[in-house]
Write a protein that binds this ligand. Structure first.
Ligand SMILES: [Zn+2]
Length: 75
């Protein structure tokens, strides 16, 4: 017979995949530690920042085209 009295629910940390015990003492769950929680939040923030960067880059290309166009037609 197996003794399952002391069994703890284990989860894999979404950031580093470390097996960590899911308990009320673990305030960073489902992460294994505060660092992994911050990394996950940071990745989310940098992802939306990258989208914003890409958008402004396209805007820059578009506005440079608009600047080039009148100079061609001016003569
Ligand atoms: Zn972790």
């Amino acid at each position: 017979m197996q003794n399952n009295i002391d069994i703890a629910k284990k989860i894999a940390c979404p950031t580093c995949q470390t097996m960590t015990i899911w308990s009320e003492k673990n305030t960073y769950r489902p992460f294994c530690c505060e660092r992994c929680k911050l990394i996950d939040l940071g990745e989310w923030a940098s992802e939306s920042y990258a989208i914003a960067q890409k958008h402004s880059e396209e805007d820059e290309i578009f506005s440079s085209m608009m600047q080039t166009d009148p100079s061609i037609n001016s003569q």
